[in-house]
Design a protein around this ligand. Sequence first.
Ligand SMILES: NC(=O)c1ccc[n+]([C@@H]2O[C@H](COP(=O)([O-])OP(=O)(O)OC[C@H]3O[C@@H](n4cnc5c(N)ncnc54)[C@H](OP(=O)(O)O)[C@@H]3O)[C@@H](O)[C@H]2O)c1
Length: 392
Amino acid sequence: MRRGLTSTGRHLQARTGAILLQHPARTSIGNCDGGCPQGPLTTTTQARELHINLHGGRSSVSGVIATVFGCTGFFGRYVVNRLGRIGSQVVVAYRGEESSFRHLKVMGDLGQIVPAWYDIRDPDTIKRAVQYSNVVINLVGKRYETRNFSFDDVHVAGAAAIAKAAKEAGVERFIHVSALGADENSRSGFAKSKAIGEKVVREIIPGATILRPAALVGQRDYLLSKFGMMVRYWPFFLRVLKDTRFQPLAAGDMATALMNALASPETVGKDYDLAGPEVWTMKEMTEFVSRQTVTRIPFVDAPLAPVRLLSKTTQMFLRKPRYTAEELDFWNHANMTLSPEAKHTIEDLGLTKDDLMTMETSAGFLRQFRRPAHIGLIVDEEHHHTEKARSA
Ligand SMILES: NC(=O)c1ccc[n+]([C@@H]2O[C@H](COP(=O)([O-])OP(=O)(O)OC[C@H]3O[C@@H](n4cnc5c(N)ncnc54)[C@H](OP(=O)(O)O)[C@@H]3O)[C@@H](O)[C@H]2O)c1
């Protein structure tokens, strides 16, 4: 696998946020019409080939001008950060208010993070967001359906609209993030729509690189952070699917895998199943969170059906529902661990098992869910809680 390719002059634009002035992929050289002393020059349009320098700093030029859809979510932050810190120009496509991308503005050099408003149902706004980019990354996803958007609206029609616009704009690399467990025949609406979305994207852009990550772990994730809130504020932990197996992947490792995929032309047109180094059951994971947060609330293992019904009826009234029927279906019906039949894995993106963060090393952020008295406590995994914790 080729990594850390050197940037050529093609993308060397003035670093003044001049992204909207010039199309990077269509640079012409030698446009003299014969009036110059050296005689006529042949006009040459350079072939499209992306050259990326992964090793520069934020004031260097990586050669990437990327539009990131879904950048305002949990994982988007990691992607924009990785792109910005090697000196890329990043068009942050957002749909909400201007405050939704505010935290991303500091992730690149001055003027290099460019916001572009879009509506996933309006192709013209999508076209506008991709027109000057040589890379498009689609991270748009929903974990549960709402009145306004179904899974198909976002994972299928939305993904198709983004892929079409990227194709028309002639972008050089298209990275589509799906999910491990995506399966057209799944009983989970999420898994099914993700699989159909992949197929639609592949039809439009055969060279798209599709990444299917397992549950991602990191600050503000939807797994450990959610459990952290539950152990901290619920009187007891209502647990379901305690034997379901997960293979969580650190969001930072996923971001590294994505950048490696971008830098390697060999990943064009391939699918990757990406999972972490360890398999954890729901029971083990929730107990781990309880230990790390030094809480000792009781766990109540409930059958799935009533919890699903309760979630289904309450989730529409809650801003951040802890359980949703769609997510429970996904955990219940989809395979959340790496299949032995997976063709391409994270190792094919240059990360060995030893490079990956374990749950223990990546879950330091769980400290924020401790009571103030326990913030500085060192948790002894073997004996679970230290003396101080026991007496507290
Ligand atoms: N997090 C995980 O554990 C995990 C695991 C496997 C796969 N994935 C996939 O990885 C991708 C990124 O995940 P994430 O955790 O960062 O998700 P996230 O935090 O829920 O963010 C989703 C992004 O999609 C945007 N979005 C959702 N609905 C939209 C709509 N109707 N129109 C336009 N934009 C819309 C959101 O915009 P707003 O901010 O405006 O809402 C946000 O930027 C998703 O495709 C997800 O399915 C995630």
